[in-house]
Design a protein around this ligand. Structure first.
Ligand code: CMP
Length: 147
């Protein structure tokens, strides 16, 4: 059946005018954008979203990067959405992606292992957590802007 995943176009993606190119790749690959919004994340949100990386040496830099400007959050849907979106964006390190996966989004739009332009949930469980982290439905059906 259909599956949902969370995609983020990170601050370097928005600043670098990569949004149209990325959205074209999204629709050409058969994803439906269920919901989307542009948000300026604060430090607290990023620290909570990336809690699993809190002990990593790059954590402080990651928080600074992800709060350096607005991000575009998208819920993408299709069969096998989690794995297919991960395949489309390519490896985490955009420098390596340019060599091993030259047509991937990170190869085309990213810069290095940190400024890699886009995010994708790494499992269906993560996708569920990440989607409810950013998109919370109230009983009224309105979207609450928490971040
Ligand atoms: P993402 O897929 O969103 O998940 C965690 C993020 O941490 C990753 O993309 C990068 O932006 C960042 N990251 C991962 N590894 C490194 C690294 N070695 N150095 C700096 N940033 C990293």
């Amino acid at each position: 059946g259909k599956e949902k995943t969370l995609a983020i176009i990170k601050p370097d993606g928005l600043f670098g005018n990569h949004t149209d190119k990325i959205k074209n790749a999204v629709s050409e690959s058969g994803f439906t954008i269920c919901e989307e919004k542009i948000v300026q994340l604060d430090e607290e949100s990023v620290m909570s979203f990336y809690a699993e990386h809190s002990s990593k040496s790059f954590f402080g830099s990651l928080v600074k990067y992800m709060t350096s400007g607005p991000v575009l959050l998208m819920i993408l849907e299709k069969e096998n959405a989690v794995a297919d979106w991960r395949a489309l964006i390519g490896p985490t390190d955009a420098r390596k992606a340019k060599i091993t996966h030259p047509h991937s989004i990170r190869a085309l739009c990213g810069q290095n292992s940190e400024k890699n332009c886009v995010h994708g949930s790494d499992s269906p469980q993560s996708a569920q957590r990440e989607i409810s982290f950013f998109f919370e439905e109230k009983s009224s059906g309105s979207v609450v802007q928490k971040h």
